[in-house]
Design a protein around this ligand. Sequence first.
Ligand code: HEC
Length: 246
Amino acid sequence: MKQRCFCDCSLSEKLLYTAFLLLMGTGYLMALVYLYTSHEERDGKPGLSVEDIAETYYGNRSGTRLEAAIRGSMAGYIQKIDDRYQIVAWLKGGASEKGYTTRIRPILEKTCLQCHSPVSGLKIPDLSSYEGVRAVADVDTGESLHTLMKLSHIHLFGIGLVALGIGSIFRLAILAGWLKATLILLPFVAIFADILAWFLTKWDPVYAYTVLVAGAVLGLGWAGQILISLYQLWFLRAPEETDRLS
Ligand code: HEC
């Protein structure tokens, strides 16, 4: 059976495909601009960088006042390396109340609380209660898992359908089989990798690179499909002719 191609499409079919592809292309560009403007300033430097992405999902977990204090001005009161390590690990893990009560408070009790509790009368952070510690331990852990789950299911459904729409038009293109199959598969792989990388970045910021690469691959995949489809829709002549050309 002869494979159907763009040259078999009626005018209204061509118009439908063209309008859809242009709309989706514009949508993708809008999404890029939106992403750029909403994340660019996260790390305080202009331009969207891997650090911006890492901060979005992983947060900025160093630089709490508590960590700075135990490494700096208060270091003399906390000699045991393991105690310091415990506090830093607790901060990076999100500084939970449970962790405070079970692991951190006993450490602080040893030396810190003689000054850092209301009874001392000093006007310094109160470390004897979880609320007091929060004030100097405000850790930015990025988007919450809950938000990521909400965003990822919306993305998976939404982008999946767009990929299906663009892909099912592009399947009419006349192209080497392997290239066509790769281009069709690419956006799906990229979406999957991208969403997976959000969660991995939450765990380790190094995966911010995957987010960036997956985003670029998705863009390239779609750009390829859209441009080839548009070109073949309007400029490709009868298949016999192209067979000879290719
Ligand atoms: C002898 C009293 C004393 C002890 C013990 C002490 N601190 Fe302090 N701490 C202070 C004073 C005074 C300040 C305020 C002046 C300053 O920042 O140096 C302060 C400030 C701080 C701050 C606030 C720093 C900021 O960014 O403003 C933190 C956090 C802190 N201490 C943590 C600790 C921890 C943790 C311990 C125990 C390992 C500890 N301190 C032990 C007296 C003490």
